[in-house]
Design a protein. Structure first.
Length: 372
């Protein structure tokens, strides 16, 4: 066991769940258990979070409050504004499916200086899992929202879920986002989490070929910051520069990344656990901001949260057994839990295989093939 603290006492961001509801989409790969129910966060919850967050933000100008999961725009402008009002000196961002985006929402985003991330999976045929509650394709409603953002000159990033990482699709996938003009693209290979079960075993070889082909497309037209490609390049740069090759959290405490659910419950490390319960660990929360201060919950998370202790055991086993640990840092909690029959001390997951190991191998292959 390492002597350094396992969790930082000060996070760099918080994730706020203003509503559980997701409108008008019902994506088939979604992990959220209550996305068809409209549970709204009370202003008292946001006010309780804002106290310590405002103090953290005063010392960290980059501190971010992320409004996410279900669909934040389903909260409504007036209520979302009331939730945001207690926060001072923070950077607000919203992750949205953009289907509810209109001129009034664009004016709201401008007024509140909010950063925007849009969830869309590439060209229309790659969005088969993104359907409306009525079962219709959701691509066009999202694209209408994107057009509103572009009309108002609002920059935005994108997150795409790739259910089938086919290297033959990588160039067309990249070109779509390049033409949209996104600033940053995050690529998530579909994961088995929450209510999204039954994902087929990850093909690491095929996934590595996808990442290599995606890196090739980026090199040919580097107009987008590709989140995953940049992580590998940063890691390689640290290795070549003689820096310690183990990234945080292996040389520094983990960012606890607290997620505040609509009712004030606080989930550390893994937003995907919000809304679930377990016979051994209950609802996975460390506590509730309506009863205890968020700063105390973060500082005492290890002592207050039994599942985190089991998770550290899994991380330590990864450190001892996995050759990719220096890059990966250990499988994420939700992936371990949902893939290993409700345990956090398992090791390799499909997420490791397709989104960490294959990513490292694919981008390394790309770099090797383009070596001067």
């Amino acid at each position: 066991m390492l002597s350094i603290p396992r969790l930082s006492a000060v996070p760099g961001s918080v994730i706020m769940q203003p509503t559980t509801q997701c409108l008008p989409l019902d994506c088939t790969y979604c992990y959220l258990p209550f996305r068809k129910l409209k549970h709204l966060m009370a202003v008292a919850v946001a006010a309780a979070v804002a106290g310590p967050v405002n103090r953290w933000a005063a010392a960290n100008p980059g501190f971010e409050v992320v409004w996410h999961g279900g669909e934040p725009l389903a909260t409504g402008r007036d209520h979302l504004a009331a939730l945001m009002a207690p926060f001072k000196g923070v950077n607000h961002s919203v992750q949205t499916n953009a289907a509810l985006m209109d001129d009034a929402w664009c004016e709201f985003l401008h007024e509140h200086d909010m950063r925007v991330g849009v969830s869309i999976d590439g060209p229309e045929d790659m969005n088969a899992h993104r359907v409306t509650l009525a079962g219709h394709p959701g691509f066009r409603v999202t694209m209408r929202g994107i057009e509103r953002l572009r009309h108002h000159g609002i920059p935005y990033s994108a997150i795409a879920v790739v259910s089938d990482p086919d290297p033959a699709d990588a160039a067309r996938f990249y070109d779509f986002f390049a033409e949209l003009g996104v600033s940053t693209l995050g690529v998530n290979v579909e994961e088995e989490e929450g209510v999204n079960t039954g994902i087929k075993a990850g093909d690491g070889v095929r996934a590595a070929e996808f990442w290599a082909a995606l890196a090739d497309s980026w090199r040919a037209n580097p107009v987008i910051r590709l989140r995953e490609i940049q992580r590998v390049l940063n890691f390689a740069g640290a290795v070549l520069g003689g820096a310690a090759v183990e990234p945080a959290p292996t040389t520094a405490p983990w960012d606890p990344m607290p997620t505040i659910s609509y009712d004030g419950g606080v989930i550390m490390l893994s937003p995907e656990l919000a809304g679930f319960t377990d016979p051994r660990f209950g609802d996975f929360t460390t506590g509730n901001v309506l009863k205890d201060g968020l700063d105390a919950l973060v500082a005492e998370a290890d002592q207050r949260t039994p599942w985190i202790t089991e998770f550290w055991q899994g991380v330590d086993t990864c450190r001892a057994t996995c050759p990719a640990f220096a890059f990966c840092g250990g499988a994420h909690p939700a992936n371990r839990y949902f893939e290993h029959d409700g345990r956090f001390d398992g090791t390799r997951t499909r997420y490791c295989t397709t989104s960490k190991i294959a990513l490292l191998e694919g981008v390394t292959r790309h770099v090797r093939d383009h070596r001067p």
